[in-house]
Design a protein around this ligand. Structure first.
Ligand code: KMH
Ligand code: ZN
Length: 301
């Protein structure tokens, strides 16, 4: 039997803005449809943020998540993964609330603080429909704050919910932070580690970066982890291909990249899932169903 590869689709996020791409889902119906289409294209997990339906601004209030969660649960068997990252400008207390209310099978957990740069996007996209978009992109002093205390706060807030985590690691230091929490007994294997490449402020997207991250994770966690990768922007599919060939799982979606190919914007989240699926199947591997992903990650179901 061939190895199963989990595809996660992160459908909207909090970084890209509506003026950058008509394909970016913003309203609850658009977010729900994008998640359902991604699941039908082969995503086992959908990673979700909410937005204000009129302006597209990230909205971390639990009420903003309710309408699309209901539709996605009715129409798919996909694993629901809610963000606790929210947007880099939000407090950790605000960020954890949707996961605390809805107790999803998976929630993201960002494993360290970092600078967060949007400058590449500012050069590429020049026209913005809403005032908040330019301000958001021009903010040169964003620190995405995830201190030890913040991480512990998310872990403790969600401890009784049965929610497990997508540990987002943007550099090898974040793997060491995760090792510390494992040692403290605050997180339990199998650890679903989402290594992130090519974000301004995090590690790069060179094959050497991928190798170094993987080797470090292997040394720290051995067989106690499930490896997944996310390449930002143009790095999305090259990083996916590299990792799939090396035993990893893949995250795609318009949260992480608006592109389908060099110079061609993606028409939908499902298009990116289809491209990732082609890579997986082209390597002679199979995509994991949501239930297979539940088993691989020991989710509550
Ligand atoms: N935008 C991704 C690079 C989160 O939601 O916790 C990181 C992310 C953060 O997915
Ligand atoms: Zn996210």
């Amino acid at each position: 039997m061939s190895r199963k590869v989990i595809i996660t689709c992160a459908v909207t996020g909090a970084i890209h803005t509506p003026s950058m791409s008509k394909a970016l889902p913003v309203t609850p119906q658009e977010i729900a449809d994008a998640a359902v289409d991604a699941a039908e294209a082969g995503a086992a997990i959908v990673h979700l943020h909410a937005r204000n339906p009129k302006t597209g601004q990230p909205d971390q209030s639990p009420e903003a998540f309710a309408p699309f969660l209901k539709i996605i649960k009715q129409r798919t068997n996909a694993v629901i993964n809610l963000t606790t990252g929210g947007a880099p400008t939000m407090t950790v207390d605000e960020r954890v609330r949707p996961a605390a209310v809805y107790k999803p099978e998976v929630a993201s957990l960002n494993m360290g603080s970092m600078n967060f740069g949007f400058f590449g996007m500012l050069n590429r996209f020049k026209k913005f429909e809403h005032d908040w978009e330019l301000k958001h992109l021009q903010n040169k002093d964003i620190v995405f704050r995830n201190t030890f205390q913040d991480i512990e706060y998310v872990l403790k807030t969600l401890a009784e919910t049965g929610t497990r985590f997508e540990f987002e690691c943007y550099d090898t230091a974040h793997l060491y932070n995760l090792a510390y929490f494992l040692e403290q007994g605050l997180v339990k294997p199998p650890l679903f580690i989402q290594t992130v490449f090519g974000l301004q402020g995090g590690t790069g997207a060179h094959p050497e970066d991928v190798l170094h991250m993987k080797r470090t994770a292997d040394r720290l966690f051995g067989d106690k982890y499930v490896w997944s990768v996310l390449g930002a922007g143009r790095n999305q599919l090259p990083i996916a291909a590299m990792a799939a060939a090396m035993g990893g799982n893949i995250r795609v979606g318009l949260e992480d990249s608006l592109w389908a190919a060099p110079g061609r914007m993606a028409s939908s989240n499902a298009e990116q899932v289809t491209l990732a699926r082609k890579i997986v199947e082209g390597l002679g591997l199979e995509i994991a169903t949501p239930d297979e992903a539940r088993e691989m990650l020991d989710l509550k179901g």
